[in-house]
Design a protein around this ligand. Sequence first.
Ligand SMILES: [Zn+2]
Ligand SMILES: [Zn+2]
Ligand SMILES: [Zn+2]
Ligand SMILES: [Zn+2]
Length: 308
Amino acid sequence: MSPGGNVYQDVLESRTAFSDYDIVSTETEVRNSSFRKSTAVGGGKPGMASNSAVHELLECPVCLNIMYRPIHQCPNGHTICLNCKTKVHNCCPICRQELGNIRCVALEKVAELLELPCQYQFLGCQDIFPYHSRLRHEQNCRFRPYNCPYAGAECSVMGNIRSLVIHLKDVHNVDMHDGCTFNHRYVKSNPREVENATWMLTVFNCFGHQFCLHFEAFNIGMSPVYMAFLRFMGDDHEAKKFSYSLEVCGNGRKLTWQGVPRSIRDSHKTVRDSLDGLVIQRKLALFFSGDGQELKLKIAGRIWKEQL
Ligand SMILES: [Zn+2]
Ligand SMILES: [Zn+2]
Ligand SMILES: [Zn+2]
Ligand SMILES: [Zn+2]
């Protein structure tokens, strides 16, 4: 499918206190173009432990992460982590000597006595861990960066929520809307062409948080479906404090979904594959659309906070 070959229209009618208005986005498209890979946003230097001399000794000179066993060294004593040893083809990045298979057991033993701050200290984690339990913590640290929630683009950017919101606006040109109710229209002139299509992401700002509205087309077995769902920009325990509803109506019919937004810790594909959202069979979607030729789905949504 060639980019630009399909024309999508994505109309959002945001309800504001002042007036009703329509925003027509001309840039909506099925995204099969790939976005430039880039590095983490949010500042800081991953893997930087502290200023102490011993901590610095444990920093791999290539990847700058804290080294774990086995730590290797060249004949001149320059240390390197196992991952990077393979990457540099056994050639010491500092003195160019062949690395061979020399372990730096002394440093490994000193390391075991250390307590280290979490690698996400620069994102706000204040915890300190014994050398060996640090890795386990980091896999679940609540400050660990989130992946960019923009689906389909294979974007590798990571960061905290605030930096990702800026990234979504600046890099993906995502529409941001204030408010907890919305009306969204998804239009496609030739819906039968659509296989694995992803529409432009819309982000809603409410209750001091951001929610991503996804809409896509794919097949379940042989049957083509459309699916709309909401993801929460934050951790799972926060996501569970909210509920949302999506309602599609047209032609005198109405279909309603009520659910809990999923954290963006769950990948967009995970949520999609679990069918945790409003799923509409294509035949039914065309029925809602009216004449049966063009997809014109009007989806009304609401997000609210559960009383806990
Ligand atoms: Zn390394
Ligand atoms: Zn060396
Ligand atoms: Zn942490
Ligand atoms: Zn991105």
